[in-house]
Design a protein around this ligand. Structure first.
Ligand code: NAD
Length: 260
């Protein structure tokens, strides 16, 4: 379905991003992966995408807190692969603390990675998409783009900001063959969730099992973590012709969380 398209997925060295990269490669798209990690691990993932799906996969290590590196990454994709057809803004981090104790630098970093980087990637990639008259922009937002939880002030603010970005850009490019949407997962079992357990244990004075049951899956009526493959499958659908009228949306995949 996506042969000859190029998909740039930010934050794709692990978790949901890696699942997007593999699912889009499975549809024939050439892939640009991005994110941090051990060079040997990243090279293993990159090579396995090429080997498993017979596509080209390159790695770009741009730091999503740095607008100049983001612009250079999009320029490199244009030069080397013919431009970004599918942009998946996925890089994200979390920090859990009450607002009075929330480190200012963590606020700045979360706003930069989880919100501003999407502004920078979109503004750089749009001219190329407009020229081709086709494009797909998909953001990984969160159920936290729709509702809040305590102790996650920067994350919730950034993800709500993504909703504004998505809706605005969708309107601006509505006649250009480009759709702009966000997927809003509930809790997906990835390193990001695993790593916030210790801080949540501290903030709420709970055991690991209590955090999983009473904090994470408490909000999720299905009592099951969303899988990275499920999130990636929705992204693939958003790239299909069947989804060409879906734009400006925040699509929950949260086991019923935001129905409450
Ligand atoms: P993850 O920690 O497995 O992946 C995060 C990715 O972002 C990694 O590849 C990491 O290297 C990259 N990254 C971090 N800082 C970066 C930077 N400065 N520049 C470039 N890349 C950077 O986490 P995940 O759970 O797969 O999260 C992916 C996205 O999904 C995030 O935006 C997150 O907010 C969102 N999300 C996750 C869940 C969940 O439950 N896991 C739920 C809803 C939304």
């Amino acid at each position: 379905m996506l042969k000859n398209k190029v998909a740039l997925v930010t934050g794709s060295t692990s978790g949901i991003g890696l699942a997007y990269a593999r699912a889009l490669a499975g549809e024939g798209a050439n892939i640009v992966i991005n994110g941090f990690g051990k060079p040997e691990d990243i090279e293993k993932e990159r090579a396995s995408i090429e080997a498993d799906f017979g596509v080209t996969c390159v790695y770009n290590g741009a730091d999503m807190t740095k607008p100049d590196e983001i612009a250079a990454m999009v320029a490199d994709v244009e030069k080397d692969l013919g431009g970004v057809d599918i942009l998946v803004n996925n890089a994200g981090i979390q920090h859990v603390a009450p607002i009075e104790d929330f480190p200012v630098e963590k606020w700045d970093q979360i706003i930069a990675i989880n919100l501003s980087s999407s502004f920078h990637t979109i503004r750089a990639a749009l001219p190329g998409m407009k020229k081709k008259g086709w494009g797909r922009i998909i953001n990984t937002a969160s159920a936290h783009a729709l509702v809040a939880s305590p102790y996650k002030v920067a994350y919730v603010a950034a993800k709500h900001g993504i909703a504004g970005l998505v809706k605005t850009v969708a309107l601006e490019v509505a006649e250009d063959g480009i759709t702009v949407n966000a997927i809003c997962p509930g809790y997906v079992w990835t390193p990001l969730v695993e790593e916030q357990i210790p801080d949540t244990m501290k903030a709420r004075n709970m055991s690991e099992e209590e955090v999983k049951r009473d904090v994470l899956l408490a909000a999720q009526p299905t009592k099951a973590f969303v899988t990275v493959e499920q999130v990636a499958a929705l992204a693939v659908f958003l790239c299909s012709d069947a989804a060409s009228s879906i734009t400006g949306t925040m699509l929950p995949m949260d086991g019923g969380w935001t129905a409450q």
